[in-house]
Design a protein around this ligand. Structure first.
Ligand SMILES: Cc1cc2nc3c(=O)[nH]c(=O)nc-3n(C[C@H](O)[C@H](O)[C@H](O)COP(=O)(O)O)c2cc1C
Length: 373
């Protein structure tokens, strides 16, 4: 892991360690992967305009999100299914976020009980909710989430059905994993992964660890649209800060804020849902303008460099989230791999601040990004 000097190196390590079907599950997007690709290329096409000779002083990349201090404006996005990439999955990611002083958003789709993940995260975690099929289940679910110590709730609204993940269909891959001959064959050529997977997923005397998936079976089988009525219901029940994830249209922003959202995540689910929507960095400015300072705005999708974090902040985001980057780290090296990814992004972001004459994230202003030509 130490040899990895950037995220592309970490991704390559993950590609070599995972069976093809598992790597593709993490790496892939929907349909033609137009949006997946665009998330990254749109960042690359934005050019920076650094301030020179700024007497900024020592850089401090820390910031606050919903009143919570974090070591940098980079949070870990909710991802389900990490258990196929690494046996300790959410536990390793939560511990890495805790070690690095940032937020991990724990997904509804998890290989471990949410209480165990909360303990590994040491109190700093947020919880992402997929609406259960029966609205009547929501109160008990939220009570459990609050009792476990999650402070912030993130409601994902872009998954009325799952996007068309063609790599998964081609590979015959689905969650929960049902091992089949082709995958076992691929696993045989990835012995380190195979040993880890078997250690983590073989049936135990406690009744079989794969059963940890059972509670998610329903959501995995049939997600359902989140409606405005669901949002109102959740807002009534949840007394802490509420974040809505999966916003691309400025037209919906006033109603989201009126409904009580404290923050929005401009997200296209990492290009895994509707293919053909804009890159999130393209969608961000209009959402920020519509919010007009009434809520915090975050972005996820395609963030691979410290300079990407800076670009998102310059265009009005308070922070970004990353998904695949830390999953590559998890696959390549468990908790240490996730920590390495956080270190890389931290070092790159600190350098980006220094090179643009900024001391803190608050110094990052719109003029640092050149208008698109
Ligand atoms: C393997 C994988 C699983 C994901 N699972 C979830 C999930 O359970 N809930 C959710 O809200 N978003 C989920 N996402 C989307 C991420 O939260 C995030 O929006 C996306 O990964 C950001 O793009 P990036 O991977 O380019 O950083 C998932 C993404 C990936 C790659």
């Amino acid at each position: 892991m130490r040899g990895a000097v950037n995220l592309a190196d970490v991704r390559e390590l993950a590609r070599r360690r995972l069976p093809r079907a598992v790597f593709d599950m993490v790496d892939g997007g929907a349909d033609d992967e137009l949006t997946l690709t665009r998330n990254e290329t749109a960042f690359r096409e934005l050019l920076l305009s650094p301030r020179t000779m700024a007497d900024a002083g020592p850089v401090d990349p820390s910031t606050e999100v919903l009143g919570q201090r974090v070591s940098m404006p980079v949070l870990l996005a909710p991802t389900g299914g990490g258990r196929v990439a690494h046996r300790r999955a959410e536990l390793a990611v939560a511990a890495a976020a805790r070690a690095h002083g940032t937020v991990y958003v724990q997904s509804t789709v998890t290989g471990f009980p949410l209480e165990e993940v909360a303990r590994a995260g040491g109190g700093g975690l947020w919880y992402q909710l997929y609406a259960p099929a029966a609205r009547a289940e929501i109160p008990a679910m939220l009570e459990r989430v609050a009792a476990a110590g999650y402070r912030v709730l993130v409601l994902t609204v872009d998954t009325p059905v799952f996007g068309g993940r063609e790599r998964d269909r081609r590979n015959g891959f689905s969650l929960p994993v049902r091992p089949h001959p082709r995958m076992l064959l691929q696993g045989a050529s990835r012995p380190a992964w195979a040993v880890d997977f078997l250690r983590g997923n073989l049936p135990t005397r406690r009744g079989g660890r794969l059963s940890a998936w059972a509670t998610q079976r329903q959501i995995l089988a049939a997600p359902r649209p989140v409606t405005w009525a669901d949002l109102a219901h959740v807002r009534d029940l949840w007394s802490g800060p509420l974040v809505v994830k999966g916003v691309l249209r400025p037209q919906e922003v006033p109603r989201l804020l009126d409904a009580g959202a404290d923050a929005l995540v401009v997200s296209n689910h990492g290009g895994r849902q509707l293919d053909g929507v804009p890159a999130t960095i393209e969608a961000l400015p209009a959402v920020v303008a519509a919010v007009g300072g009434r809520a915090e705005v975050y972005l996820d999708g395609g963030v691979r460099r410290g300079t990407d974090v800076l670009k998102a902040l310059a265009l009005g985001a308070r922070a970004v989230l990353v998904g695949r980057p830390y999953l590559y780290g998890l696959a390549a090296g468990g908790q240490a791999g996730v920590e390495r990814v956080l270190e890389l992004l931290h070092a790159e972001f600190v350098r980006a601040l220094a090179l643009t004459g900024c001391r803190t994230p608050a110094d990052v202003e719109a003029g640092l990004v050149l208008p698109a030509r």
